[in-house]
Design a protein around this ligand. Structure first.
Ligand SMILES: Cc1ncc(COP(=O)(O)O)c(C=O)c1O
Length: 409
């Protein structure tokens, strides 16, 4: 990264004038925190004592045998407190907000995992918390909204645009412009203006550092390939960054959705509408029409349908350091069932993209090769979407009965 927050041609800081001073203050405080061993120790301690790190690296013997190719290992970020990798970043940024003397945090969320993680850390650190969430995402991920409220956070539905993450992000920026004196904007992925992409990736890189040590101990070499799903890009950056100097191949898996038509997927790579642009405070690859308007996206998972992507991944892909592939909604559901039924692990739909990409390619490798799939989160939050995708009628009957009973109470 360059000092000005650029990664190759991507990144930078395109924010309203009013936010310039608070962005500069954040940059200064982040640099000073990262040079302070007491702060780093505090982050590490909280990751261990509160979130349960290190998360294990799990060998999937049955699944590997069934696929008939490489040995498949999962990095179990689903075992973090709150059930996803999002926790790593909110611990780091939450402690930074506290260090900066802020009393309130704001966050924006897609799948709701980052919203829950922010609400958890705010409760733990005694900070006020407001979460912006697209109204469409609220419908898809209501259980997470329920938990945010129980944790004392205020959830503000965003109804503009497609009512998803992109729109929630605009609203959070608006709030920050009016409240930066006492408020810290806690971004949930490695996007946004500098230093957020670098900072979020930095806090998430604990994932890759642990994989390195664990792989050497468990199978005596570094993995041949690592797979991670790519929404904004934080879990991918987190597992990839420590491997950039190594021979391990790094593979990002995007949401192929219903297919290649505009509006049916969220592939910011390898599609004609994915190109360089500037929006939402930074420059990266966005899905845009010929006039530069951001396009609608779709994914079965609420966490992978962001219209842009981390500038770090955009640059790494340009330089051939990361290879980008995609998995369709249908492939994702097959991968979900394969993992659940063969290994007793229920992955989040986002993570199931990485599983789908990993399983597809594992089949072409040999049994003495090793792949690691980053299991970014657990599937509990996706209960309703998974039941719908699997057309599980008994689940619908259960919900109807539950609602009838509620009405008659
Ligand atoms: C479990 C899980 N995995 C992955 C993602 C995608 O985010 P990122 O690409 O920043 O890791 C999300 C986003 O909400 C998520 O909840």
């Amino acid at each position: 990264m360059r000092d000005d927050g650029y990664f190759g041609q991507y990144g930078g800081s395109y924010i309203p004038e009013i936010l310039f001073n608070s962005q500069q203050q954040l940059l200064k405080e982040y640099r000073s925190a990262m040079a302070d061993s007491a702060f780093i120790e505090q982050v590490q301690q909280e990751m261990q004592e509160y979130s349960g790190r290190p998360t294990p690296l799990t060998h999937c013997a049955r699944l590997s045998a069934q696929i008939g190719g490489a040995q498949i290992y999962l990095k179990r970020e689903d075992l973090n407190h709150s059930g996803a990798h999002k926790m790593n970043n909110v611990i780091g940024q939450g402690l930074l907000a506290k260090r900066m003397g802020k009393t309130r945090i704001i966050a924006e969320t897609g799948a709701g995992q980052h919203g829950v993680a922010s609400a958890l850390v705010a409760a733990r650190l005694g900070l006020e918390c407001t979460v912006y969430m697209g109204a469409h995402d609220i419908e898809r991920q209501y259980p997470n909204v329920f938990w945010m409220k129980q944790l004392g956070a205020t959830v503000i539905p965003v109804t503009t645009g497609a009512a998803t993450l992109k729109d929630a992000l605009d609203e959070a920026m608006r709030d920050w412009s009016a409240s930066y004196d006492d408020t810290y904007y806690l971004i949930g992925t490695s996007c946004g203006c500098a230093p957020y992409p670098e900072m979020v990736s930095g806090f998430q890189s604990v994932i890759g550092h642990e994989v390195k040590t664990q792989a050497l101990k468990q199978f005596g070499q570094l993995p041949d390939k690592i797979y991670a799903c790519v929404g904004g890009g934080s879990n991918a950056c987190g597992i990839f960054m420590p491997f950039l100097e190594d021979s391990t191949e790094l593979v990002g898996v995007e949401a192929g959705g219903r297919g290649p038509q505009v509006g049916d997927h969220a592939c910011r790579f390898n599609t004609p509408q994915a190109r360089f642009g500037i929006a939402q405070g930074f420059s990266t690859r966005f899905l845009q029409d010929d006039q530069g308007q951001l396009l609608p996206t779709h994914s079965i998972s609420a966490g992978l349908d962001y219209v842009g992507v981390s500038p770090i991944l955009a640059d790494l892909a340009d330089r051939g350091e990361v290879r980008m592939i995609s998995a369709t909604d249908e492939e994702v559901m097959t991968a979900f069932s394969q993992l659940a039924k063969n290994e007793g692990i229920i992955p989040a739909l986002e993570s199931s993209h990485a599983v789908a990409g990993g399983l597809r390619e594992a089949a072409t490798l040999s049994p003495d090769q090793h792949i690691v799939i980053n299991l970014s989160g657990r599937g509990d939050k996706d209960l309703f979407n998974i039941a719908r995708a699997l057309n599980d009628q008994p689940f619908n009957t259960f919900l109807r009965t539950y609602l009838d009973e509620e009405e008659n109470r």
